[in-house]
Design a protein around this ligand. Structure first.
Ligand code: ADP
Length: 473
């Protein structure tokens, strides 16, 4: 743990395992309530100096952190692959994406502008100032164990907030590596603090009830997000929530089915499907269903599962046994209710894969609303294809979910693309594009997928208060 610029190493700890091999790869401290309290106190003590440091000073630290992260890209990626499982190339991409947030918010720190507003009274002037919200508590997930940290810490620190962060218990070593970078970049003691814990509940409770915490930022499941938002409500703490998704991927019959199927095969199996923007319901217009399925089946069957450190691996393990059981339950349920299994559909145990949490890349077609997979987020390597006939139906089906994070549209018809873009109730929409994310673009969901946006100009607003001055002259 890292509190007030010091590394803590003594005390009870818990182990961290490689999900590809089941081997222990290290251990971290298991925070006691008094240690979490100490981290919050440290952040509170550091706030006056950090919030009044110039934007240029805060920016300089973030620039240095960006530079260090890129210098350490390879070693961070290797650590991520061993702790989280994604193939090394994907881990390299994630480190770059994580560093992008440090760079973007190093720049945004200098653009926290206020404004003056004309008054109806000739003797009055209005002055609007943006100030940091105060001490921030951050809780991050295991699926993107470095970029989800910088997506929160970048804007929080740029805005002049101080922070305490609790990473997911499956991936604390990546968090330690991020804090080593912040330390080496010269972040003053107490400005960002790291607490690791194997049981997240008491830490979450303290974050939600401690009066010094003015803002809670969370990325994780919708169930936990709702729970934390409720717990933070009595003190009306500000909350940002990046929660689950159930992304529709809509392929109209004017799109090239081969190109669209390639797109699905690339984005669906990224991170073994463990992404909140992963396409979960692939709607394909009936006229192009056959060529689409043929291409997708060919590509899915070729995906090679294995340890992410092996160059041939294109699909890594799931994070744990519970994830394997959930995916298998959804697949077996769909098959029992009439879905067609094209490839995959079982746990992988051969060639040493039994030591890890591997599930075969799976393609199902003929999925319908009676199946669990139609409604429930999958978070695994299963492409579920659902046929449709017309545009109005598919928009209604796509919107028929409590989630509203990402959606994808494939069409060559510009009017249809714009129409559908406007009608879909999702916060992030890829149009003939499988990667609609960037540090420069606002990321976030509608409905039960979340509150607030991360990245972009909007990302820093989440950490700022608006203060109005009315002056009589
Ligand atoms: P997932 O299902 O993807 O693991 P979770 O929402 O359980 O998502 O986990 C995301 C983050 O939330 C992790 O850091 C985890 O430790 C934390 N978390 C889970 N349950 C709680 C809780 N009751 N209070 C606070 N944090 C929690």
């Amino acid at each position: 743990m890292y509190v007030e610029g010091q590394w803590l190493t003594e005390g009870p700890s818990f182990e961290v395992f490689n999900p590809a091999t089941g081997e222990s790869i290290g251990s971290v401290l298991d925070a006691s309530p008094s240690q979490v309290q100490a981290a919050i106190d440290a952040a509170q003590r550091a706030l006056p100096a950090w919030s009044t440091a110039t934007a240029y000073e805060r920016s300089a630290v973030l620039y240095r952190a960006h530079q260090l992260m890129m210098e350490r890209q390879r070693s961070l990626a290797e650590l991520m692959t061993s702790e989280q499982g994604k193939p090394l190339k994907a881990a390299m991409n994630e480190v770059k994406y994580a560093a992008d947030f440090l760079l973007w918010f190093a720049e945004e720190a200098k653009r926290i502008y206020g404004e003056t507003i004309p008054s109806a009274r000739s003797d009055q002037r209005f002055l609007v100032l943006k100030q940091p919200v105060g001490v921030v508590a951050a809780i991050t997930p295991w699926n993107y164990p470095i970029s989800m940290l910088t997506r929160k810490l970048g804007p929080a620190l740029a805005a002049g907030c101080t922070a305490v962060l609790k990473p997911a218990e499956a991936t604390p070593l990546c968090a330690v590596a991020v804090f080593e970078i912040l330390h080496d970049a010269g972040l003053p003691p107490g400005v960002a603090n790291l607490v690791t814990a194997c049981d997240p509940k008491p830490v979450g409770e303290l974050f939600c009830t401690h009066p010094a915490i003015r803002k809670l930022t969370f990325t994780g499941s919708t169930a936990v997000g709702k729970h934390l938002a409720q717990a933070a409500a009595p003190q009306l703490k500000r909350v940002s929530m990046e929660l689950g998704g159930h992304a529709p991927f809509i392929v109209f019959d004017d799109a090239d089915p081969v190109h669209a199927a390639k797109g699905v095969s690339l984005v669906k199996f990224l991170n073994t499907g463990q992404a909140c923007i992963s396409p979960n319901r692939i709607f394909v217009q009936r006229g192009i269903l056959a060529p689409f399925l043929e291409t997708l089946e060919g590509r899915v069957a070729k995906l090679q599962a294995g340890d992410g450190m092996a160059p041939a691996t294109s699909i890594g393990p799931l994070i744990n046994e519970a994830a394997v059981a959930k995916v298998d339950r959804q697949v077996q349920d769909a098959i029992s209710k009439g879905a067609t299994l094209h490839t995959g559909g079982q746990r992988l145990v051969e060639n040493g894969l039994d030591r890890g949490c591997f599930y075969a890349a799976t393609l199902l077609s003929g999925v319908n609303p009676d199946m669990v997979i139609y409604r429930e987020e999958t978070f695994g390597p299963v492409a579920a294809v659902i046929p449709f006939d017309d545009e109005r139906d598919v928009v209604a089906m796509a919107n028929d979910t409590d989630y509203g994070l990402a959606a994808y549209i494939y069409t060559q018809n510009l009017s249809r693309a714009l129409r559908t873009f406007e009608q879909l109730d999702f916060g992030i929409i890829g149009i003939n594009d499988i990667n609609p994310t960037s540090a420069a673009a606002p990321f976030g969901g509608m409905k039960e997928s979340g509150l607030g946006r991360e990245g972009a100009r909007e990302g820093i607003e989440e950490y700022l208060e608006t203060k109005l001055g009315g002056l009589s002259i």
